[in-house]
Write a protein that binds this ligand. Sequence first.
Ligand code: HEC
Ligand code: HEC
Length: 336
Amino acid sequence: MNFFDNHKKLFITALASFVGLTVIVAILPAMNNQKNNAPLPNAVPLSEEAFLGKQSFIANGCVSCHTQQVRNVDMDKVWGSRPGIAADYAGITRTDFWRNTATLMGTERTGPDLTNVGTRQGSQAWNLLHLYQPRAVVEKSIMPAYPWLFEVKNEVEPGEVEVIVPDAFRKGVNGKIIAKKEALYLVAYLQSLKQAALPDGKAPAEFLYKKEQKPVADGKNGSLNLPDGEMLYVKNCASCHQANGEGLKGAFPPLKGSPVVMSDDLELYVKIIMLGYDAREEFAVMNAVGTDNKLSPEEVTAIINYEKTSWGNNAKTVTPEEVKKIMDFIKLTAEK
Ligand code: HEC
Ligand code: HEC
């Protein structure tokens, strides 16, 4: 066949398949991922120094012994106040033109996980000495020493940081041990590693919102005497799902256009509110907000109806009787 004898056609076909597959398998999913994840609102971006420190963390191979991921398993509870979620890794700062963001989740945990080490080991002096000689602060440490991050000088100049090393670990060094810029950057990076807190779903301070709950007539559903659904939503749900109903990418799903909110399956909806929800890896965990905040059937109904009819949602509203039936059933099964 002519096609297989023609090296140009063969080459172009192979190249086109390769490029096409790369776009489908790698580039499009990556772009989609980038669109669906964003850092948490209270996550602090890396400072310039911490960014340089991260490069030094990579260059010195620290990731070969230290992870930065808190898994949703009991043994990981000591490494953070909550399991890691996609939003924790969504800060897009390219390492340089050729290399994308290094997430440094790691796979090997010879040393402790460092997700939250900035909260655990906040002291610059401790970190510098630990890098110079881990055994000076942790007797049986098997972490290697990084003496090349330091230099020996006769005098400490202004702006320089001297590391006070116990005599037993000076090994004949005469002079002052000074942290190089790289060591200071690395420590700045370590100190920046703090898990960003998630909203806890507790009602914000009462005085921020009007106290009395005016019953409002729900035009779409006859004139039911229900409490103000919007206010209840702001108090109980908006810290996570946001006032605009769009949630936070990589942490809390949107309720705008949510299949659960739009569906007629009221049982799942009420269960999510009263018992919490942990169905998907890519989102954080929703606690039993309705039970914790002692919401009544009328209040749950008002919230549900508000969500079903806001932000462009236009699903059928529900009655307090329907909601109460499900809530009673949930209570009954919980008591057994
Ligand atoms: C051979 C494995 C290994 C390598 C490589 C390594 N570490 Fe460690 N690291 C450990 C071990 C083991 C510990 C626990 C004992 C200790 O505190 O020294 C530790 C502890 C730490 C701690 C204290 C954590 C805590 O919870 O108190 C920090 C911070 C740290 N390492 C940073 C680094 C940095 C930065 C690098 C790279 C420059 C690095 N490590 C490279 C094994 C390693
Ligand atoms: C502490 C944060 C938080 C609060 C407060 C909170 N939620 Fe959630 N909610 C979540 C998370 C996280 C999920 C997704 C859980 C999963 O899928 O694993 C979720 C999921 C949902 C879903 C399912 C959406 C879908 O499309 O799958 C509904 C409905 C919902 N929440 C309603 C509410 C209502 C109503 C309130 C207020 C009474 C509320 N939530 C308060 C965190 C929260």
